[in-house]
Design a protein around this ligand. Structure first.
Ligand code: LMR
Ligand code: MN
Length: 422
């Protein structure tokens, strides 16, 4: 008999003994839930896990008189397991019960706010954090989270007052060495970004430097949040280092037909380019048209640009890239895209120039990646790592490029297959 089997038998036996005890007190329910929890893990059984949850929930919401410690312990376990099962709504009820019973404890309102954020319920999260701050205005964790929510509102609305408020709320927790340990890397990212959008580039750089010192970012220029370790990092990639040089040459050889598909798309009255909505654009117009998203072929896009799609489909490094996209990108003259960095170091981004206006000077139509400038040429490809800080200007005329992301060549096939999509 293996250790696991012996343990399972013992747990089953204990569980049976407890079930045989007629009047089960909350204390025994707690023990039984713990046994079921261990059994669930050993057997990888959600059914058993749900029974454990049931016991914990009964202790918290069942209305029996119990002491504070048992209440807290049960509620903590219950919310953890519920969130693990994806039962966020249920977890919220338990957290509300904790807040009702312990109104003076910061942690429970903080947890509830974070849960609402994870559920995408930003308004409810905002409400909870506001309430928490009104009870304890020294709570930097809640202030940072409220700031985080306001930052995304400020970006969407292009509202500098809201952005300033967001930065003021986020900064103290990041600047405080101790408190900053509770903060995830995205707070550094968004605080720096808020400063930049406010035109406060010195403050932004200070946050990016701090994040680099504290190993929140891979480097000052490379600020992606989802990173694999030990991958070669350079802003611009010579084509021969990408691992798909021959395939890139084949794409270039098919430039004429790719261009025809892009121009036909551009002529379409409807069902064509879609305006960028991530709040990255500063001025002008930036539209995109998806062919592949997270390694999935877009049926409509590929019906409009079949040759381009089939070229991409024949390149596994692009086709299977669940951390990237393939898309046509159009910019009208007068467009500026805010400096930003992509989410992950696992991909490289290629641009094929399709329709490129002649430029007045080095920065009038260009992309800056870290501290270097790249320029598009019709029929030419360049490859950069978009986890590095980059910024785009297009002042000279309409510009169309094909963007396609490939897996970083340093990632093994197993790693590529195991990484979650972004
Ligand atoms: C970006 O990826 O941020 C830009 O390079 C996109 C574009 O169309 O130039
Ligand atoms: Mn970008």
């Amino acid at each position: 008999m293996t250790n696991d089997q012996a343990k399972e038998n013992r747990l089953n036996q204990l569980n049976q003994e407890i079930e045989n005890l007629k009047s089960s007190s909350p204390q025994t329910s707690y023990v039984q839930a713990g046994i079921l929890e261990q059994l669930a893990e050993l057997k990888r059984s959600n059914v058993i896990l749900e029974r454990a949850i049931h016991f914990y929930r009964e202790i918290v919401l069942g209305g029996q008189a119990i002491d504070d410690e048992l209440f807290k312990k049960s509620a903590d376990k219950c919310t953890k397991l519920m969130k693990f099962r994806g039962w966020n709504q249920e977890a919220v009820k338990i957290m509300r019960a904790l807040i009702d019973r312990f109104p003076d404890e910061d942690a429970y309102r903080q947890q509830l706010g974070v849960t609402y954020l994870q559920m995408g319920q930003n308004d409810l999260a905002k409400h909870v954090f506001n309430e928490q701050i009104s009870l304890n205005d020294q709570d930097l964790f809640s202030k940072a989270h409220l700031g985080f929510i306001l930052k995304s509102e400020g970006v969407q609305e292009g509202n500098t007052e809201v952005l300033q408020k967001a930065a003021d709320l986020m900064a103290p927790s990041i600047l405080d060495e101790e408190k900053s340990k509770d903060m995830q890397n995205l707070f550094y990212f968004h605080l720096g970004d808020a400063y930049r959008r406010l035109g406060q580039s010195e403050q932004a750089d200070e946050i990016f430097k701090l994040g680099t010192e504290r190993r929140v970012f891979p480097s000052f220029w490379q600020r992606s949040l989802y990173n694999e370790p030990n991958l070669k990092a350079q802003p611009i990639w010579p084509l021969q280092e990408t691992g798909i040089l021959r395939q890139l040459q084949n794409i270039k050889a098919n430039f004429k037909v790719i261009k025809e598909e892009a121009l036909a798309l551009q002529r379409q009255k409807s069902g064509g380019f879609i305006k960028e909505t991530e709040g990255l654009k500063d001025t002008g117009y930036w539209g995109q048209f998806d062919l592949f998203v997270q390694g999935r072929k877009k049926a409509y896009g590929c019906s409009i640009a079949p040759v381009t799609c089939s070229l991409m489909e024949n390149i596994p490094e692009i086709k299977t890239n669940r951390r990237g996209q393939v898309k046509f990108s159009i910019m009208k003259p007068g467009t500026h895209v805010h400096a930003h960095s992509g989410p992950t170091n696992c991909r490289l981004r290629a641009h094929l120039g399709i329709k490129i206006p002649p430029r007045q000077n080095e920065t009038s139509t260009a992309i800056r990646v870290a501290d270097q400038y790249l320029h598009w040429e019709e029929g030419e490809i360049f490859v950069f790592d978009d986890s590095f800080d980059h910024e785009v200007w297009n002042l000279d005329g309409e510009r169309i490029v094909l963007i396609f992301d490939l897996w970083h060549p340093g990632l093994s096939a197993e790693k590529r297959a195991s990484l979650p999509a972004i």
